[in-house]
Design a protein around this ligand. Sequence first.
Ligand code: FDA
Length: 310
Amino acid sequence: MVRRIVRKILLWMASNPWLREHLPRLGFVRRAVRRFMPGEDAESAFGAAAGLAASGQGILFTRLGENLAALAEADEVAAHYRALLDREASLPRRPELSVKPTQLGLDIDAEACFRHLDVLAGLAADAGTWLWLDMEGSTYVDSTLDLYERLRAVHPNVGICLQAYLKRTPKDLRRLLPLEPAVRLVKGAYDEPATIAYRRRPEVDAAYQALALVLAEAARDGRARCALGTHDSGLIERIATFAESADVSRGSLEVHMLYGIRSRELARLQAAGFPTFTLIAYGAFWYPWYMRRLAERPANVLFALRQLLP
Ligand code: FDA
């Protein structure tokens, strides 16, 4: 109960414009965010990626930002990602990109957003890598699915995130499966009402497991790329056990985790045969993203407050 209230407050703080403007200026908040983010520029992201990639992990990059005020900002973000795809990577495998549609202008002009994504997916294909769409709050699900369907019709190297806490997601997954999609399944990070979302952990986990098994069977048959975007290794093991009885090998179940969270557990899963990826976030607009990380585990707030100590 207390945990749910703290989560709600933190998610409210994530979307409050005044706090969004003022909190990131505080030194202790800036120090605390370092736990989840190697730095604000792409150099820091490449630096953090080097060690992980050397150990055989895949890397995903995301430059933080969402809900822009002007389309020119989306053009700048797209230019940043184009340059990133053009850059000679000194890593064993090209990093994949994960982007928020609202960071590319979905709120302002959905066609402009599609054009940016279309260009980025093409460049990603030329570079031998993938472009993923993050899933944002529930009001964006329809438009993000529409974008994905249009992109997938042209590009084989695009993936999408689906949120298990939304009651609509089994239907959305059924809609996408004929496209042979790449899906990263997550529990869901936003404050959604009980009318449309499961809010209790056992319900979310059960929904996650059921969706993962459908996706895993499609991956077994070469009809999907299945990525489990979660730090919940118990749930991952349970899914792998059920999947095994349907002849799905661990090699078909990718595990994606966020930089700075349960990295030892990710290495253990890698050694156990799961393909693993670390998503490295960087950028100056980290505040709402960081607040969602605090909301996922309210104990993180204590870590942040400890940065106040000398
Ligand atoms: P759960 O919250 O049950 O945590 C399992 C365990 O992991 C915890 O007990 C704790 O030990 C550890 N843990 C989890 N979160 C932690 C944290 N913040 N700090 C420290 N420890 C933590 N969401 C979304 O709505 N749209 C999206 O596009 C994405 N994209 C995305 C990509 C990737 C690669 C990941 C891993 C996650 C996302 N998410 C997301 C976030 C996701 O919806 C969810 O909020 C978080 O992953 C936390 O839930 P878990 O699945 O980790 O399980």
